[in-house]
Design a protein around this ligand. Structure first.
Ligand SMILES: O=C(O)CCC(=O)C(=O)O
Ligand SMILES: [Fe+2]
Length: 264
């Protein structure tokens, strides 16, 4: 039985965005001060902690993830401070978050559409710091209702909801600084997620949290406040200009944990 008070248990449901009940977005999950502290800690890590990939850099915290489980390493306290809060406030994780991947994206860098690996419990919380981006969710190609690839443009394809089975359709989420995205279950396993490697991301009608993204975000944000600095409009189209580095903390649980290895 859950020991969480009602308002905590209800919290994730209040933050559902779009038509899938398994996608939640909490704007301003942390304060600007906490964002600065987290960024300081990320950049305080030794250079050797960074792993360079073709199109971004990352830090791996919590141990090595294998298909068969986690070879664990304790998370540092500056990370557990935030992972404990995510776990408590969401009430969605089966046990303490034990793995955090920190991705760094320069303007114009992204991540290919992918599904997170089978070693993870199917709930992921992504905290964003720095420049905003748009994350795109696309149903697995197996969920296309016609097996042959369409000859119409992708724009037309996205509008044609009949293209996908069981009401699956592509959607996007604007990931603003300090916001927390949580997705799980169906959104985790039936969709791919990715970030385009463009320096400008459009906030189009597929963005399910368009309203939050276009509002000022911050402790004193309100309807009347202007859109965040990074959001520009040209004509009717609103865009995110990626001018700074983005850091994201991808927080997950690996259920199967191997015994710690001891060095003698
Ligand atoms: O940086 C992000 O927001 C997404 C990262 C991600 O999808 C992953 O690490 O699996
Ligand atoms: Fe991912």
């Amino acid at each position: 039985m859950s020991i969480l008070p009602m308002e905590v248990e209800d919290k994730p449901r209040n933050f559902v965005v779009g038509s899938l009940p398994t996608v939640m977005y909490i704007p301003d999950f942390i304060t600007e001060t906490e964002e600065t502290q987290l960024l300081e800690n990320v950049y305080k890590a030794p250079q050797s902690k960074w792993k360079s990939l073709k199109n971004r850099r990352l830090q791996n915290w919590g141990g090595i993830v294998h298909e068969k489980g986690l070879l664990p390493q304790d998370l540092p306290s500056w990370l557990t401070k935030i992972t404990q809060r995510i776990s408590e406030e969401s009430g969605l994780f089966p046990s303490a978050i034990n793995h955090v991947l920190i991705n760094e994206y320069l303007p114009g860098q992204g991540i290919m559409p992918h599904q997170d690996g089978p070693a993870y419990f199917p709930v992921v919380a992504i905290l964003s710091l720095g420049s905003p981006v748009v994350m795109d969710f696309t149903p697995h190609s197996s969920l296309r209702s016609c097996s042959s690839k369409p000859t119409i443009s992708s724009e037309d394809a996205n509008q044609d909801v009949g293209m996908w089975t069981d009401n699956h359709h592509p959607f996007s989420v604007a990931l603003m600084p300090r916001g927390l995205l949580i997705f799980k279950d169906e959104a985790y396993s039936e969709y791919l997620h990715g970030i385009k490697d463009d320096a400008v991301h459009e906030i189009n009608e597929e963005v399910v949290n368009e309203r939050e993204a276009l509002l000022g975000h911050g402790p004193d944000s309100g309807l009347e406040k202007a859109a965040p600095l990074e959001v520009m409009s040209s004509g009717d189209v609103k865009c995110i200009q990626r001018t700074k580095t983005r850091i994201s903390l991808t927080c997950r649980v690996v259920l199967k944990v191997h015994k710690k290895l001891f060095k003698f």
